[in-house]
Design a protein around this ligand. Structure first.
Ligand SMILES: NC(=O)c1ccc[n+]([C@@H]2O[C@H](COP(=O)([O-])OP(=O)(O)OC[C@H]3O[C@@H](n4cnc5c(N)ncnc54)[C@H](O)[C@@H]3O)[C@@H](O)[C@H]2O)c1
Length: 322
């Protein structure tokens, strides 16, 4: 049994992770402040969908409050830090809020963990740190110093912050770079959910770019399996930070993504094209050599299968929280 403190527990990825950890018998303390980036009702619904899980307790708590966080930790706790303001385009409108949550917030969580004597840490980072200048497929040893949005810069800053203090504070830490995660409970700002809603409502979908943009989409259960493997890995790693990609193992052009949703819904999509948006990158693709050999990570859910599962869930909740 592992004791885990999970920040961002009411969110999309966090809520799936709670279920997986509780199912394997871990004690999980979930923290979330229901950040208004998207509606609180959706996050409350995530907690309801989880049902009652033995070993799981939830605290509504802002992670910026170091004094309130510190007593939640014990020295044998594994910190999984997923709380953040997520999303590339919204970060262009709120860079101050993103820095506060993702940089100051990460510093606060790490400081509370340090004071309590925590050593094992898993940090949820993002493929966006690779920017638009890293050769594909992205490898973890790429220098990644040209993020193209405030969001990407804050995630890279979080990684650098963790890397700077790990040897000083004795942290055994893993930074996981998630590649566009999708599945039930997906955030409403993300394309797959937003496009699905528009198709169901008969609205026109706006695709940005010239049709060559592509994303490495990763099903939530695969991400969760990677995070759980990383939690285990921190138990035997030396002091320092190790970075791993968690991707879906194939890059899918935007139009093919839309076609897959349309197939699952049985709806003919109406599409219009617009120029590429600031902050967007051309293509993401994860090199999984390191995460497969060291963490044993390998995504299992095919894109069509993942989209079918997402659409099934969407149909259930549509009208309730969407
Ligand atoms: N979803 C993706 O495609 C994706 C891709 C790459 C990286 N990530 C990263 O994974 C993590 C989880 O993303 P998600 O998609 O589940 O997002 P999400 O918004 O659903 O979850 C993040 C949670 O953090 C909480 N939070 C924000 N500020 C907080 C604060 N000050 N105190 C406490 N809680 C706070 C929010 O209320 C939210 O529930 C984030 O760190 C994100 O940057 C996500």
């Amino acid at each position: 049994m592992t004791r885990v403190v999970l920040t961002g527990a009411a969110g999309f990825i966090g809520s799936h992770l709670v279920e997986a950890l509780a199912r394997r018998g871990d004690e999980v303390v979930g923290i979330d402040n229901f950040d208004p980036f998207y509606p609180r009702a959706m996050k409350e619904h995530n907690l309801v969908e989880m049902g009652s899980l033995p070993g799981f307790t939830f605290r509504e708590q802002d992670m910026l409050d170091v004094e309130a966080l510190e007593p939640i930790f014990t020295p044998d706790t594994v910190l999984v830090h997923l709380a953040a303001k997520a999303g590339v385009r919204p970060s262009l409108a709120d860079p101050v809020g993103y820095v506060r949550a993702n940089v100051t917030g990460t510093a606060a969580v790490l400081e509370a963990a340090r004071r309590a004597g925590v050593s094992r840490i898993v940090f949820g980072s993002s493929s966006s740190v690779y920017g638009d200048s890293t050769p594909v497929p992205f490898r973890e040893d790429a220098i990644a110093i040209e993020p193209v949005s405030p969001y990407a810069a804050t995630k890279r800053a979080g990684e650098l912050l963790l890397g700077s203090v790990a040897p000083i504070y004795g942290f055994k830490a893993v930074s996981l770079r998630f590649f566009t995660v999708y599945g039930p409970r997906q955030r409403p700002d993300l394309a797959i959910r937003a496009f699905t809603r528009k198709m169901v409502e008969g609205s026109t979908i706006t695709l940005f770019g010239d049709g060559t943009q592509a994303r490495d989409y990763t099903y939530c259960d695969d991400i969760v399996a990677g995070v759980v493997a990383a939690v285990e890995w921190t138990g035997s790693m030396p002091v320092g930070v190790e970075t791993f990609n968690l991707g879906g193992n194939r890059s899918i052009p935007t139009e093919a993504m839309v076609a897959e949703i349309a197939r699952a819904l049985g709806i003919e999509p109406r599409i219009e094209w617009a120029p590429m948006q600031p902050g967007d990158v051309q293509r993401t693709a994860a090199d999984l050599t390191k995460s497969s050999s060291r963490l044993g990570y390998m995504p299992k859910i095919s894109f069509p299968d993942g989209i079918r599962r997402f659409v099934t869930w969407f149909r259930e909740v549509y009208g309730r929280t969407d």
